[in-house]
Structures are given as C-alpha cells and as structure tokens.
Write a protein that binds this ligand. Structure first.
Ligand SMILES: CC(C)(COP(=O)(O)OP(=O)(O)OC[C@H]1O[C@@H](n2cnc3c(N)ncnc32)[C@H](O)[C@@H]1OP(=O)(O)O)[C@@H](O)C(=O)NCCC(=O)NCCS
Length: 197
C-alpha cells in the first residue's frame, strides 16, 4: 500500500507547534542513538551500533550526514512547555553514509525514519552527499541495492543511476540478489549542473 503523503504531513505538524523544516548536516557522535534506531527500523540486517561509531570516528574514507527536522522554538506556550518540559526542538529523521575512495563515491547506507518517508528527505540526503563528494573529487557513484527494494531503485534511477551488474544471493537473510548501480561521470556532472554545483 502506498503511504499517504498527507498523513505524514499531518504527523509532522502534530509533532510540534510548527515544524520549521529539514536541514542536512554532518553526522555527530551525539546523533548515533537516533541513527541506530532509524537503521534498525529500516533494514532486516541493521549495522551494529559500533559500526556507525567507527564511521564517524575512525573510517577515513567515510562521509556521513543526517537529516534533522527542526521545530520552531523557543516555545512561548507556557501550558505546553509545563505539560512537556522535554519537548524536542529537533530530531534526526534520516541518515546517509558514503565511502569516498579515490574518485568513487560508494553509497554505503541511506535510510529515513519510517514516519517521515515520502517527504523528499531521502532525495535531499542523496543530493547533498553526491554534491559534497563531487566537491571532494568524486567522478562516479556506485551502490548495491536489494533486487526487491523497488522504492530505493526508483529513487536511484531518478538520479540517473543505471544497473551495471548483479551479485547473486548477496543478502543472506532472504537470499536476494544485489543489484549494482552506477552513476557515471557524465550522469554525475549533469546532476550537479542541474542543481547548481
Ligand atoms: C529509500 C528511502 C531512503 C527513500 O527515502 P524517502 O525520504 O522516503 O524518499 P523521497 O521522499 O525523497 O523520495 C525520493 C524518491 O524515492 C522513490 N520513492 C520513495 N517512496 C516511494 C514509494 N512509497 N513508492 C514508490 N517510490 C517511492 C520515488 O522515486 C521518489 O521520487 P518522487 O517523490 O519523485 O516520486 C526510504 O524509503 C527508506 O529509508 N527505505 C528503507 C531503507 C532503504 O531501503 N534504503 C536504501 C538501501 S539501498
């Protein structure tokens, strides 16, 4: 069943007096609990928590960003503040990890919190990551995706990624094949030209 976009938008609004929008920013150690939670809600084989820590602290080829939903503040409604003193002013709702190896940007993982999907956040994360990686020397982008993950495949195709191969029974929980997709230099340059690099 297709998620109802309006339902999600209503949920966004009900989360705060006024949600002020999404920013994409580098992942920080403080984000890891939320990042791990999103990963666990999104994948049947989630990464262990220490993997994200390794990405942020130690992996020199790793670049990571989060999507942060920012809510309006400070809250001037006294009744609401007293009722919920821990009311959030922001929340991590998506993440992407890319490995930049020489001139190749490999999308290692990307996920959006299930309640915030279909709002353009995944597209924004991928666009930011590719844009930044090109600025840092990438001339191609690659990824692997489960053959039945039609939603992700659709998103990648819209970015210009093309299927270049398949790894048989790559995912050992379902025995699904991995589809290998690439965005070549021409595709990457035309994407950057479109968004104004
Ligand atoms: C893939 C994922 C990151 C997309 O994030 P999102 O914020 O929901 O995506 P967006 O709203 O930015 O949509 C981008 C494109 O994805 C595709 N898409 C997203 N949701 C879709 C849906 N329910 N049905 C069909 N296509 C969909 C569309 O091509 C869409 O472009 P459009 O809005 O022009 O139609 C998200 O679905 C997710 O976290 N999935 C679980 C983790 C995962 O599979 N990651 C990919 C691993 S390879």
């Amino acid at each position: 069943m297709m998620p109802d976009r309006n339902f999600h938008l209503m949920q966004l609004d009900s989360n705060s007096a006024a949600s002020t929008g999404i920013i994409i920013r580098p992942m920080a150690l403080d984000d890891l609990a939320q990042v791990v939670a999103i990963d666990q809600m999104s994948f049947s084989l989630p990464w262990p928590a220490h993997s994200f820590r390794y990405e942020v602290l130690d992996n020199e080829v790793s670049r990571q960003w989060v999507a942060e939903m920012q809510y309006a503040g400070p809250d001037t409604n006294l009744a609401r503040t007293q009722a919920d003193p821990d009311r959030k002013t922001s929340e991590v709702v998506g993440m992407i990890v890319v490995w930049l190896i020489l001139d190749e940007a490999h999308i290692a993982t990307i996920a959006v919190h299930p309640q915030y999907r279909r709002l353009g956040i995944g597209r924004k994360l991928l666009l930011t990551a590719l844009h930044e990686c090109v600025a840092q020397g990438a001339s191609t982008a690659t990824l692997e995706v489960r053959e039945r993950n039609l939603i992700a495949i659709d998103m990648y195709r819209k970015f210009g990624f093309e299927v270049v191969g398949r790894r048989k029974r790559y995912y050992n929980d379902t025995n699904e094949d991995a589809i290998l997709m690439t965005l070549d230099t021409k595709g990457l340059n035309s994407l950057i030209a479109r968004i104004g690099g």
